[in-house]
Design a protein around this ligand. Structure first.
Ligand SMILES: Cc1cc2nc3c(=O)[nH]c(=O)nc-3n(C[C@H](O)[C@H](O)[C@H](O)COP(=O)(O)OP(=O)(O)OC[C@H]3O[C@@H](n4cnc5c(N)ncnc54)[C@H](O)[C@@H]3O)c2cc1C
Ligand code: FES
Length: 291
């Protein structure tokens, strides 16, 4: 059985010391992405918005035998099972590490460190007048919003979800949102509104009272920056699940430094990856490669 969740005041679940070997139980295509599920026999259940550092247990390295660093992935779903916590990750194959993880088969080992980082905050913590939540996802960035949507639904919090994709080649993960009202935008017009997901958000915030809205967003830096600016202009409370290059995932390397609006930096792996949009100077983080 999974260990009981231990936490700290901002709702994060603390990772057990060291990394553990999980077992891959499924690896399915989802549009152009893959959903990889693994059983974590001894780790705690994560909170929505947290992430894991993942590595394949075997053949995790380059041609010269040099090992890769583990890679960061948001947990997209977590369910209790008799064998432990069944964790699912939505993965886009963009390079050697994601390429190796994308080919893992059932029964293979997945090395896990986590859950790590700060999770999403309940809407009323961000805006006492909150009437519900608006989730805004871009591309593979929809992953942490899928587990957050389920957590909100379990607490009876109304939510609306807006998903944006660049084109058919960069789309998938819809099934993680089953039973949910989802509006879609695509830049090439292959699904839903032709244009940006932020067009849908702007329309929604225009139709609602911005005073009762709370926005949660995850996606490519340009999308997150557009959400940040829109929410700042309309004075809407918002949290962003951000990415930055991460070498360790637990505060040791400073590779993930993000500039703060008040000056100075935060380490995104321990002070994020979920941040209050008002706290960061920009969501355009250097090295957070995808557009
Ligand atoms: C907190 C966090 C959560 C993440 N969650 C997910 C997720 O749920 N699903 C998913 O598919 N990916 C996620 N990522 C991104 C993922 O970690 C990178 O895509 C991965 O490290 C790339 O490794 P690679 O060896 O395949 O490619 P690399 O050779 O390392 O990089 C290939 C390409 O990806 C870009 N890239 C590398 N690291 C990142 C990064 N951190 N963010 C954005 N672009 C990057 C590079 O600029 C390059 O263009 C997350 C990253 C962070 C920091
Ligand atoms: S990834 Fe090492 S300090 Fe954040």
């Amino acid at each position: 059985m999974p260990a009981a969740a231990s936490g700290d005041p901002d709702g994060r679940v603390l990772a057990p010391f060291g990394r553990r070997r999980g077992e891959v139980v499924a690896n399915e295509p989802s549009g152009r992405y893959r959903i990889i599920s693994a059983v974590d026999a001894s780790g705690p259940m994560p909170a929505a918005g947290q992430f894991y550092m993942l590595a394949a247990a075997e053949r995790w390295g380059g041609d010269g035998g040099r090992p890769f660093l583990p890679r960061a992935f948001s947990v997209a779903a977590a369910e209790r099972s008799d064998d432990g916590a069944r964790l699912s990750f939505l993965l886009e194959d963009v390079g050697p590490g994601t390429g190796r993880l994308a080919e893992l088969g059932a029964g293979e080992g997945l090395m896990l460190t986590g859950p790590l980082g700060r999770p999403f905050s309940p809407p009323r913590d961000l805006n006492p007048a909150a009437a519900g939540a608006i989730l805004v996802g871009g591309g593979v960035g929809l992953a942490p919003l899928a587990i957050w949507r389920r957590a909100l639904a379990a607490r009876g919090v109304p939510e609306r979800t807006l998903l944006g994709f660049r084109d058919r080649e960069h789309a998938g993960g819809h099934e993680l949102f089953r039973c949910s009202e989802v509006r879609v935008a695509s830049e090439d017009g292959h699904a839903g509104h032709r244009g940006y997901v932020t067009d849908l958000l702007e329309r929604m915030l225009g139709g609602d009272s911005a005073a009762t809205a709370v926005v949660y967003a995850c996606g490519p830096p340009a999308m997150l920056e557009a959400v940040r600016l829109l929410c700042a202009e309309l004075e809407v409370a918002a949290e962003l699940a951000m990415e930055a290059p991460m070498a360790c995932g637990f505060g040791a390397c400073f590779g993930c430094a993000v500039p703060l609006a008040a000056g100075g930096y935060m380490r995104l792996c321990v002070d994020g990856p979920v941040v209050n949009a008002a706290d960061v100077e920009t969501a355009l983080v250097a090295g957070a490669g995808r557009r």
